[in-house]
Design a binder for this molecule. Structure first.
Ligand code: HEM
Length: 488
């Protein structure tokens, strides 16, 4: 009996030991697999400057070469930094949704600080920046947009009055110019538009020319373009400070973004300073002016090249006019679904902001659509590319084709593939706040042109100017116009 008890004891101890060893093995295997990071594949380049050389050839060229070889997640060394690309909705959700503490914009967009000026956007910490973006949101609410649209329409009508009965124009020049005029009116305000337009445009021109590819790496390099930028920024601050002081003195309020920023208040009750108002206006102009004018040019080029869509948008204008007469306002523009899809498709093919970036402050993991997990370590710069991701063939059928119907009910290719499939306006936490403004502006221009002119593209279909900071159209876009005798 005693022997049997002793045997059982030995057996129990043996089993316990075996179980302990198995559990220990399992835990260690689990820990091992956790700690063995699966880093993204690396783009093969020459040491040190290889990545930079690849990048300077153009990020899209690099993406076109590497995506088929390495897939949707890969890293390239850029001088002392590692840039990890996340291409496609499956792997870029975290990019768009992550809190600022995990993925931040401040470091990567720091080069804007000398242009926008001190105390705004990327020069301030995230809590203040969030409040300043709230000022943007409020300045772009529907009730405000309604009054901006009236000004857009007035500017557009006035602008095209100066065209003759027929002639040939560079559509690129015309639409760039009209966009500056409209932006001046709606954003910078009546005083600038009516009295100071030439001075202020020249100063913005200097600000623009002070933002070069080299400025991204060395924003304070003492080169003539940067010195002109700094002088222009200072002079703009003086001009706006006079305008703001005069508005405050007379108590006169206007329907423009300038007024919204003057009236904005931080949560602690503090009003915006004159310098902050100037900085926020510059930021708005930089965010919205080139992006919108470029998109209106591409929209025109595609419409004039595609008879099917040109007649579809003209017919839509006829229908809208039958219902509302020649009037154009916010609500009427919002009814133009076909024109909307034509603009959206031009913007899918040609997003002016081709790279979006963040700086990563914590490790994170992404899963590709093939089910492979990659660990992205903190310290990496993380990037995605609207120009590349908007043409992924598993999301967009025949992706290089101009096909606005892909967004029509029944197809809605961008929705079928889920969030972050269409990223011309970014998305998630930092999605564009000016998207409705941009569509209204482009629609106001094209409604007017389609209703009043017959247009024909006479130069070859434009090429992409990859060298610009905001990627647009290369060369002239020559168009022959004839004023319609009768309304459409
Ligand atoms: C076709 C025209 C436009 C395009 C393609 C465009 C594109 C974009 C993109 C891609 C972003 C996200 C950047 C990122 O994630 O790093 C963005 C953000 C932003 N855009 Fe636009 N934009 C346009 C027009 C405008 C206009 C007209 C305004 C204002 C008047 C504006 C104001 C802003 C602001 C304030 C942000 C920052 C939002 C944030 O970080 O929370 N944009 N835009």
């Amino acid at each position: 009996m005693d022997l049997m008890v002793a045997d059982n004891k030995f057996l129990n101890v043996g089993l316990l030991l075996l179980a302990t060893v198995i559990v220990a093995k399992l835990i260690s295997a689990l820990l091992m697999s956790r700690s063995r990071k699966s880093l993204p594949p690396i783009v093969k380049t020459l040491p040190l400057i290889g990545g930079l050389l690849r990048f300077m050839k153009g990020p899209i060229v690099m993406l076109r070469e590497e995506f088929p070889k390495l897939g949707s997640v890969f890293t390239i060394g850029l001088l002392n930094k590692k840039v990890t690309f996340l291409i496609g909705p499956e792997v870029s959700a975290h990019f768009f949704k992550a809190p600022e503490a995990d993925l931040s914009q401040q470091e990567v967009y720091q080069f804007n600080v000398p242009t926008f000026g001190p105390g705004v956007v990327f020069d301030v910490d995230y809590t203040i920046r969030q409040e300043q973006f709230r000022f943007f949101t409020e300045a772009l609410r529907v009730n405000k947009l309604k009054s901006y649209v009236d000004q857009m329409v007035a500017e557009t009508e006035e602008y095209f009055l100066k065209w003759g009965d027929s002639g040939e124009v560079d559509l690129k020049y015309e639409l760039e110019h009209l966009t500056i005029l409209t932006a001046s009116r709606c954003l910078l305000g009546r005083e600038v538009r009516e009295k100071l337009f030439d001075d202020v445009s020249a100063l913005f021109h200097d600000l623009d020319n002070g933002m070069l590819p080299i400025s991204v790496i060395f924003p304070y390099l003492p080169i003539p373009a940067h010195r002109r930028r700094d002088r222009a920024r200072k002079r703009l601050a003086e001009i706006f400070s006079t305008i703001i002081a005069s508005r405050k003195l007379t108590g006169k309020s206007e329907d423009d973004m300038l007024q919204c920023f003057i009236d904005s208040k931080y949560k602690n009750g503090r009003s915006t300073t004159e310098s902050e108002v100037t900085g926020l206006l510059i930021a708005a102009l930089f965010a919205g002016q080139h992006t919108s004018s470029i998109t209106s040019i591409w929209t025109g080029a595609y419409l004039l090249k595609n008879e099917k869509y040109l007649s579809a948008v003209v017919d839509e204008q006829k229908r809208v006019m039958e219902k509302h007469g020649s009037k154009l306002d916010h609500d009427i523009l919002s009814e133009m679904d076909i024109l909307y899809r034509c603009i959206k498709e031009a913007l899918r093919l040609h997003p002016p902001l081709i790279l979006l970036m963040r700086s990563s402050h914590s490790d994170f993991t992404v899963r590709t659509r093939e089910g492979k997990d990659y660990d992205i370590p903190k310290g990496h710069i993380v990037a995605t590319s609207p120009a590349f991701a908007n043409r992924l063939p598993y999301i967009y059928q025949d992706p290089d084709k101009y096909d606005p119907d892909r967004f029509a009910p029944g197809r809605e290719e961008d929705k079928v593939a889920g969030a972050f499939s269409y990223i011309s306006f970014g998305g998630g936490r930092h999605g564009c706040l000016g998207e409705p403004f941009a569509y209204l502006q482009i629609k106001a221009i094209w409604s007017h042109l389609l209703r009043n002119f017959e247009l024909e593209l006479v130069s070859p279909f434009p090429e992409i100017d990859w060298n610009a900071m905001v990627v647009g159209v290369k060369g002239n876009v020559m168009v022959r116009y004839k004023r319609r005798k009768l309304s459409i």
